[in-house]
Design a protein around this ligand. Structure first.
Ligand code: PXG
Length: 291
């Protein structure tokens, strides 16, 4: 028996969960999504993900046909149906089925689906030894053109950057904003450690305010590690003591080489390792229980 997918109010077999070719999520990337994880039978930061999804949908004037609590219960039901203890959850709301024009008024009913599946992780080596990233030519979208807080189905900006990273022989791309300041990676936020202080770019440079980013800033606070949001250049990154990425999929991934420059000692640093340990602990103990 295959995976069960929540599709417009019902749990159906994955092989029966079909989106129409007239769905504007497909035709125009007109929709929103969240990537969420569960650990040990606990959904991590589910409320925060639901809040962000509702905010993204509100700005796009997509009316989610469930209350926030109903949506949370739908996520829980999907996880239970698939008997997954550790899962990657993809929550997607599209504008729905319309005609071939852009006009969102033609879409009467949003499409809602929730996939809960096993997570594909970065190789363990990356967490032990650290990863290499490169700056790519594609800048992060202008926030004035498309606000990165809207977690939309339109990810071409990041996909172009990802292609450039892969072409360059690495797993992740460092994206700058159109003014040349460090923004983020294709699906992860970036942090450095300098003189013992944790520094990450502020939201206004044009990044998604990641939920993992927020969690890591809180963990640093509890560990009495000073935290600052500050604009950074590549020079700041090259000369950092430590560097790491944060995201729902990556968790905390150490970075040890950027554009050929070795960062710090060239291995995951002590602040990074401390935060990785604290993060792992919180994912195992905090969240919405479902089994
Ligand atoms: N920046 C961008 C552009 C993202 O898309 C993050 C940062 C990290 O945010 P969270 O809230 O997850 O800490 C994201 C989200 C994947 C995948 O499977 C990851 C994201 C989006 C889509 C897919 O790697 N990351």
């Amino acid at each position: 028996m295959g995976l069960k997918v929540y599709f417009n109010g019902k749990l159906v077999d994955a092989s029966e969960a079909h989106v129409s070719v007239y769905d504007h999520g497909l035709l125009y990337g007109d929709g929103v999504f969240e990537g969420i994880r569960s650990y040990n039978g606990l959904v991590f930061k589910l409320k925060e993900h639901a809040d962000r999804l509702f905010e993204s949908a509100h700005t796009l004037m997509i009316k989610i046909p469930l209350s926030k609590e109903e949506l949370i219960q739908a996520v829980v039901a999907t996880l239970k149906a698939n008997k997954l203890t550790n899962a990657y959850i993809r929550l997607v709301i599209t504008r729905g089925v319309g005609d071939l024009g852009l006009d969102p008024r033609k879409c009467s009913q949003p499409t809602v689906f929730i996939i809960a599946d096993k997570i594909v992780l970065y190789p363990e080596r990356i967490y032990k030894e650290g990863m290499e990233i490169i700056t790519v030519p594609t800048p992060r979208n202008l926030p004035e053109a498309l606000n990165p807080q809207i977690k939309s189905l339109n990810y071409l900006n990041n996909i172009l950057a990802k292609i450039e990273a892969v072409n360059g022989g690495v797993e992740e791309a460092l994206m700058l904003n159109p003014h040349g300041y460090v923004a983020e990676c294709t699906g992860d936020n970036i942090f450095i450690v300098k003189k013992g202080t944790l520094i990450t770019p502020p939201a206004y440079v044009g990044i998604l305010k990641g939920i993992t980013r927020g969690c890591v800033m809180e963990l640093a606070g509890s560990a009495r590690i000073p935290v600052k949001e500050q604009m950074m250049t590549r020079h700041d990154l090259f000369n950092a003591e430590e560097c790491f990425l944060t995201g729902t999929a990556a968790e905390i991934a150490p970075v040890v080489r950027i554009d050929g420059r070795v960062i710090g000692e060239g291995r995951p640093g002590k602040v990074t390792l401390r935060l990785m340990r604290d993060f792992r602990r919180i994912t195992k103990t905090a969240g919405v229980r479902y089994r």
